[in-house]
Design a protein around this ligand. Structure first.
Ligand SMILES: [Zn+2]
Length: 826
């Protein structure tokens, strides 16, 4: 019963299933020798690809985009080939048999590649100061002619010639470093087999700090001048590595682990033995109050096992890489920071998946039908997949789960795996048939939604509990899942485990006296959406009395829908209590914002005076932003101006000030643009705040910032133009920026259009829907669809109004006629 529900709004009409490529040969070894020209942003190279033939064949196809192919040799002899700008076809002189070894050597030249190899600054024609690669998913084919698909793995040798001022880093061990014709040649080698998308190198002015973890060389590499920030971001690397080794039972697989922070790089990439990271992860002492690198560091490090050592067979199984990395990072957090942090992390994962689910689309986690591999890198592959793995771990037990992943990592080490491989290993280890689990959660879209209500039956001393599955249309009608129910009374705590298998269940739980409260799945072991049909009093009891974070937060969120003044009074002391977990307090701040009204406003203002925890303060500031009044505005301005406050709290206040419509907002935000902050977050948010004011004065300031060199500030300014996108000048500017070489700028153009929802910008979106970068194509296309739907609705609404107007006019005429008739005394 696989793929009964394939989701909603994910598939565009021309999408077709994508199957693994199944080449008749296996890639064994890739040797690359390249010469980088920083001035002309080009490279000259020779790539040697070694294959073993698996099935009889007369042709080899290599991926090579936008290259000049200068020479091709097969086993050192000339050979016929054909190149169409995408695929290089090498015609073998005779049919070759299985087992035969082939060596194909290609000399080539690449100038200003559109993807894969990035010269920094990206949006410039000046000589580059840094260069780095980004292979995943299918971008290395823009600078290496090779077999560029995850299902074949090879050992790697890479020699890079660069000007001598640059340091060069790549996969594996540095085996040679020489001066050649005034340049320095760096030669790296990795003997483990890796998919070609994990081949990577970076060159530029860097500082390096090294240490050892057993035999493994650990390197922390940062742009020159950032040495002092290394400790703050990377000091936990050895501990994290040790934790992953112990949790998986499998040693770190490569001879070194380097982490390198790069300019204009977004997020992180787990290139085998050398992870690339955004330089934004480096941060000063001030940012360290409420910002950490460990979530990123641990996610990328765990990929060295999940993704690099064992690689998904194709992009439809991407979750095998990303869900594990997301879960492993969460497990590290549990180990490092405790249970509450872990559960709250899981809840944030659920929120992020549900936000994609409700605002964009749903799809099965394993999905064959997609347009571009980029589309698989979404909240279904990451957080949803991690929650599914966590649920599986809860069902089969942690020990069994760990044994299974150990087996998986050993059996498929340096190879590929698909979801069925994983399922079979879980079945072997758990001695359970697990089709039911994988089909529900992995091969079908959607999720279970449980509506829960209960009542106390005094006469029979029983709790009557009703659980209904109200799953969405794109979900299975009925899910099978275990559910723990905890009943807490005056002198007792009773825990019962049920298997939910029907559309609707009624359970009777005998208890000695009226329960104080009931918690569903107290430790959040099962991935589901919970709808509590419980009264305010009971919800408040859960918040005040339960030991468990998950039911407490669920109750707090529910109170946001039904809360009253009493709710606010009872939640406020918890919000103020510095001993309570920050995530819980943050949720209370959000709930007070949702309840609204004067009492909530006053509580939040009081909390702003007293609360110290920066993450709680951030939520308080964000909730206060919904109140459009002068006093709140004034307080937010003082937060924004206070240099003792966390960067992130101040940045949130920058948007808050604009939302409260405080007087002189434009002047205040203009000043805030200049406040120094981590990753310029205050400047970036102040630009958005200026956008929100929608004033001419603000537009003039924003326009100046669209000319800045720092790409992330420039992108924020372009995005803020979205608030003014009904003006011709702005429309023209957006069109100009859409031609930028920097994908970050092109994405900002789409974001601006999304803010504006202006149908006049649809042609520009249609152009961006053909962008070279996959995620921009999809983003532009989804935004265009949204605007079209919106304007269709607008059109329907307009027609409806016309109808009503007509009816009213008709009615008026009738009334007039009646009046006339009455006057006539008919
Ligand atoms: Zn990842």
């Amino acid at each position: 019963m696989k793929w009964i529900k394939i989701g909603r709004d994910f598939i565009y009409p021309e999408y077709r299933p994508k199957w693994p490529r199944n080449p008749p040969y296996k890639l064994d070894r890739v040797s690359i020798d390249i010469d980088i020209d920083f001035e002309n942003r080009s490279l000259k190279g020779r790539a040697v690809n070694c294959f073993t033939v698996l099935r009889e064949t007369d042709m080899i196809e290599l991926d090579a985009v936008d290259m000049s192919i200068e020479n091709v040799l097969l086993n050192n002899s000339n050979v016929e080939y054909d190149y169409d700008g995408n695929i290089l076809r090498i015609f073998l002189p005779k049919e070759v048999d299985r087992g035969e070894k082939l060596e194909i050597s290609i000399e080539y030249y690449v100038e200003k590649p559109k993807m894969g190899l990035w010269f920094i600054p990206i949006d410039s024609d000046k000589p580059a100061i840094q260069v780095w690669t980004q292979g995943e998913p299918e971008e290395n084919r823009y600078w290496i002619p090779t077999y560029d698909y995850p299902d074949s793995k090879a050992s790697i040798e890479i020699s890079i010639r660069c000007p001598s001022w640059a340091k060069v880093f790549s996969n594996g061990v540095l085996v040679e470093k020489n001066e050649v014709n005034g340049k320095t040649m760096w030669k790296y080698r990795l003997d483990n087999a890796i998919p070609t998308y994990l081949i990577a190198f970076a060159a530029g002015k860097f500082s390096v700090v090294e240490e050892k973890y057993g035999e493994i060389l650990l390197q922390y590499i940062v742009p020159e001048g950032r040495e002092r920030d290394i400790e703050r971001s990377f000091s936990k690397t050895p501990q994290i590595m040790k934790f992953f080794e112990e949790f998986t039972g499998v040693k770190y697989p490569y001879p070194k682990y380097a982490q390198i922070c790069l300019l204009e790089y977004g997020g992180g990439m787990e290139n085998a033995s050398i992870t690339f990271l955004t330089d934004y992860t480096l941060h000063d002492e001030k940012a360290h109050i409420d910002f950490r690198s460990e979530p990123l560091v641990s996610h990328e490090l765990s990929h060295q096992w999940f993704g690099d050592l064992v690689t998904c067979l194709d992009w439809s199984h991407l979750w095998l890489n990303e869900s594990f990395a997301t879960l492993m990072a969460a497990l590290w957090r549990r180990y490092d920071l405790g249970e509450d942090e872990f559960i709250y992390n899981l809840l944030n994962m659920l929120d992020s998946y549900l936000s994609e689910y409700s605002s964009k689309y749903s799809r099965p986690i394993v999905m064959r039908i997609y347009g571009d591999p980029y589309e698989m890198f979404d909240a279904h592959s990451y957080p949803k997949g991690a929650l599914v793995l966590w649920t599986l771990m809860s069902i089969i037990g942690e020990k069994c789960f760990r044994n299974a992943i150990k087996k998986y990592l050993i059996r498929f080490a340096n190879k590929n795996a698909d979801t069925e491989d994983l399922r079979k290993i879980f079945e072997e280890e758990s001695k359970m048939e697990l089709d039911w689990f994988f089909e529900q959660y992995v091969y079908n879209s959607g999720h279970p939604v449980l509506k829960v209500s209960y009542k106390w039956i005094y006469r029979d001393k029983m709790v009557e509990m009703k659980i209904e599955q109200t799953n969405g249309k794109d979900s299975l009608e009925i899910y099978t899942l275990p559910l723990e129910i905890l009943v807490v009374g005056e002198n007792y705590t009773m825990s019962k485990k049920y298997w939910i298998k029907d559309k609707s269940h009624i359970f009777y739980i005998p208890v000695p006296s009226k329960p104080k409260h009931v918690c569903i799945d107290p430790e959040f072991k099962v991935f589901k959406v919970l709808n509590l049909e419980v009264g305010v009093e009971e919800l408040l009891k859960i918040v005040k009395e339960s030991k468990y974070l998950y039911p407490r937060i669920m109750a707090i969120r529910k109170l946001g829908e039904k809360g009253n003044v009493k709710t606010i009074r009872e939640l406020t002391p918890i919000l103020l209590d510095e001993k309570e977990f920050w995530g819980l307090r943050s949720e209370i701040a959000k709930t007070l914002g949702k309840i609204g009204g004067n009492t909530a406003r006053n509580s939040l203002l009081k909390a702003l005076e007293k609360v110290k925890h920066p993450k709680v303060r951030k939520s308080i500031v964000s909730s206060l932003s919904n109140f459009k009044d002068e006093k709140v505005g004034e307080k937010l301005v003082s937060v924004l101006r206070n240099s003792d406050e966390s960067y992130f709290v101040r940045a949130t206040a920058a948007i808050g000030v604009a939302k409260t419509r405080y007087k002189n907002t434009v002047k205040i935000l203009e000043e805030a643009l200049k406040y120094p902050s981590h990753g310029n977050i205050i400047t970036i948010n102040a630009l958005e705040g200026l956008g929100i004011t929608e004033t001419d004065e603000a537009l003039n300031i924003i326009l100046k910032y669209t000319e800045k060199d720092e790409p992330r500030i420039k992108a924020a300014a372009i995005k803020a133009l979205g608030y003014f996108a009904d003006r011709r000048k702005v429309i023209e500017l957006l069109s100009d920026f859409s031609k930028s070489r920097n994908p970050g700028i092109r994405r900002a153009v789409v974001s601006a259009i999304k803010i504006s929802m202006n149908p006049k910008l649809l042609p520009l979106l249609d152009t961006l829907s053909k962008d070279v970068v996959g995620f921009i194509r999809r983003y532009a296309r989804d935004t265009a669809r949204k605007i079209r739907k919106h304007s269709e609705k607008g059109e329907e609404y307009r027609k409806l109004r016309e109808e009503i107007e007509k009816l009213r006019a008709e009615e008026r005429r009738l009334m007039e006629r009646i009046e006339v008739m009455e006057k006539k005394g008919v």
